[in-house]
Design a protein around this ligand. Structure first.
Ligand code: ADP
Ligand code: MG
Length: 603
């Protein structure tokens, strides 16, 4: 028998390793620009062709490299930034691993021109597929220019995975945006296909936000600033009046590095809670500074998750800080923000357990009262359930005394008269019932229908999986991964198929067959986030939470127009539900305006 194990050639090993660091043109942009910043550049030009497929070039006026360093820079684990393991500890927020240039050189044609101020001549180096093709001495400006051409030229499988130019371009700008927001004093210029598409002159933070988001944002920025022993927090949040439906600009940074943090996001949203509706999103740009040894940064350069040692205490500090700033701005008319009663930001004492800071809220505050001026929302239609029950009772329907009595109210289609369903504002389905006009919230109704369906799939293990063509990779923090392990079995019951890739990464290989066009990664994330929000060990509760988070994510939104047939089916399915009147989290789905009410109004 011949031996069958052999070592992979370096070039292949490098390509495999490169896949970790360089996933798309945007990763090249990120790594190169971060290197320029590390080299103390003040002006950085980013030149892009074909969304980075054919060229990513970064020109900086940083400190440059010597001839030997220029050559060394492309070796794996070659870095000038870490010498001892203590350095590693202090610096690792940026993820220095000395791998970026080696990785880029493994999968593209790379050209480097660099000169230090103390050298008369610079170095010109060409590398492709990890092989040095030429090295020469040349005249060039102080600083470094790196061109990365034909990304993945030697890894067709990866090239195929690149998305449309529009998507790749968006990814590039996402990276640039995150970097520019922590380096307002640095000038950035972006040139795409020979046209300058972005120019950010040196600025302060507020100006930088305005440069990036447009002038309109200036008037909505409220400064936040808080210093505690646990962290310094500063930045800007938007006035509640500017909260919008849909995507908002929401950024957390820790020690100048962009992070995602669903738990802290919740803290911000809690501060806004009395001021905006659940579907609106505020803008925020929030910067934490903490001791590096109080966070667990996953050193992987492509990850954006960070675990804080004092997460719970920081949650409260953040929530109160934002709330207080909103209050000082006089954005909350009815909350008493007298300084005498202002919440004290607790200085954290790790030996004591923390408690929720007290905020004085006027219990009589009614956001629907007209005295709150222009911004008053349309008042909710008043619903007299008691009267409604009576209305149905009179029609011979038994009234059960159970707390969920309303759940059985509309169960029989008998109470529905001639379905002439009408969709109002792409949000409500109106239909006539014996006692009056029934209004059904289409989104909530769908949430209820899907919730009951998913819940039964989980308990009966009935979900059908559908394999995805291109498995997507999802990177989690260790706490998220452990949250996933709690719900993974139930998710499989729904039809998800996930495989563990190690290092808290997972591949999503299958999704429930009834889901179409969903962002699987976002869906899985939202289910994990929901599970983390309020931990529960009771299986029944976990099942319900899981079913609800999936229903929330997949239900048709307000704003979707429905055909007559879809409305019919929706109403049928709703009344086939066990509890058609409320969403699982207690929001009303249905209201009826009785004939009497209508007549009264029209008198
Ligand atoms: P790391 O940034 O983790 O050190 P890289 O592979 O990104 O690893 O870069 C390797 C080394 O090359 C850096 O440590 C630095 O010394 C040098 N280098 C890279 N880019 C630049 C640049 N634009 N200007 C000066 N030196 C650079
Ligand atoms: Mg680097």
């Amino acid at each position: 028998m011949t031996d069958i194990i052999h070592l992979l050639p370096d070039s292949i090993a490098n390509q495999i390793a490169a896949g970790e660091v360089i996933q798309r043109p945007a990763s090249v942009v990120k790594e190169l620009v971060e290197n320029s910043l590390d080299a103390n550049a003040k002006h950085i030009h980013i030149i892009i062709k074909d969304a980075g497929r054919t060229l990513v070039q970064v020109i900086d006026d940083g400190k440059g490299m010597s001839m030997t360093d220029a050559r060394m820079a492309f070796e794996r684990h070659a870095t000038s930034k870490i010498k001892t393991s203590e350095d590693l500890f202090a610096l690792y927020t940026r993820g220095f691993r000395g791998e970026a240039l080696a990785s880029v050189a493994a999968i593209a044609h790379v050209e480097l021109k660099t000169r230090r101020a103390e050298d008369e001549m610079g170095t010109w180096l060409k590398i492709a597929g990890s092989k040095v093709e030429s090295q020469e001495t040349i005249f060039c400006a102080v600083g470094t220019t790196i061109s990365v051409k034909n990304i993945f030229f030697n890894v067709p499988a990866r090239r195929k995975f690149l998305k449309s130019n529009e998507t790749e371009r968006r990814n590039i700008f996402t990276e640039i945006e995150r970097i520019a927001l922590v380096n307002p004093d640095i000038e950035f210029t972006v040139i795409e296909n020979d046209v300058q598409t972005m120019h950010l002159p040196p600025a302060n933070l507020r100006q930088r936000i305005v440069q990036m988001q447009g002038k309109g944002i200036n008037q909505q920025l409220i400064e936040i600033n808080e210093e505690t022993t646990l962290a310094k927090i500063h930045g800007y949040v938007s006035t509640p009046q500017f909260a919008r439906k849909g995507r908002a600009n929401q950024f957390f940074f820790v020690n100048n590095r962009y992070i995602r943090h669903p738990f802290f996001h919740k803290a911000v949203m809690t501060a806004y809670e009395p001021l905006i509706s659940a579907t609106e999103n505020p803008n925020y740009f929030i910067y934490f500074e903490v001791e590096p040894d109080t966070i667990d940064v996953n050193i992987h350069p492509t990850k954006t998750e960070v675990k804080f040692e004092n997460e719970r205490a920081l949650w409260q500090i953040l929530m109160v800080t934002v709330k207080e700033s909103l209050g000082k701005f006089n954005a909350i008319p009815s909350i008493d923000f007298d300084t005498a009663d202002a919440p004290d930001i607790p200085i954290f004492d790790p030996s004591k357990s923390t408690s929720m800071p007290k905020v004085n809220i006027n219990p009589d505050y009614n956001p629907f009262q007209p005295s709150y001026g222009e911004s008053t929302r349309i008042s909710k239609p008043r619903l007299d359930w008691e009267q409604m029950y009576r209305g149905f009772e009179n029609e011979g329907k038994p009234m059960s005394g159970s707390p969920d009595a309303d759940a059985t109210l509309f169960q029989s289609n008998e109470s529905l008269v001639s379905p002439k369903h009408y969709q109002y504002k792409e949000k409500y389905i109106l239909t006539s019932v014996k006692s009056g006009l029934m209004i059904i919230d289409q989104h909530r109704s769908h949430v209820r229908i899907l919730f009951e369906k998913y819940l039964s799939q989980i308990t009966n293990r009935k979900g059908i999986s559908q394999r995805v063509l291109f498995p997507e990779r999802i990177e989690l923090t260790s706490s998220e991964a452990s949250s996933l392990s709690e719900i993974q079995e139930d998710m499989e019951a729904l039809g998800f198929e996930m495989s563990d890739l190690g290092n808290n990464s997972f591949a999503i290989q299958g999704i429930p067959s009834e889901l179409q066009n969903v962002d699987a990664v976002a869906l899985v994330r939202s289910m994990i986030d929901k599970n983390m929000e309020t931990g529960s060990n009771i299986q029944e509760q976990m099942h319900e939470k899981l079913a609800l988070s999936m229903a929330d994510f997949t239900a048709i939104p307000a704003g979707k127009s429905l055909t007559e047939e879809e409305m019919l089916r929706m109403v049928d399915q709703l009344f086939a539900c066990q509890s058609p009147n409320h969403t699982p989290d207690g929001k009303s789905i249905i209201t009826v305006i009785s004939d009497d009410e209508m007549e009264n109004k029209l008198k």
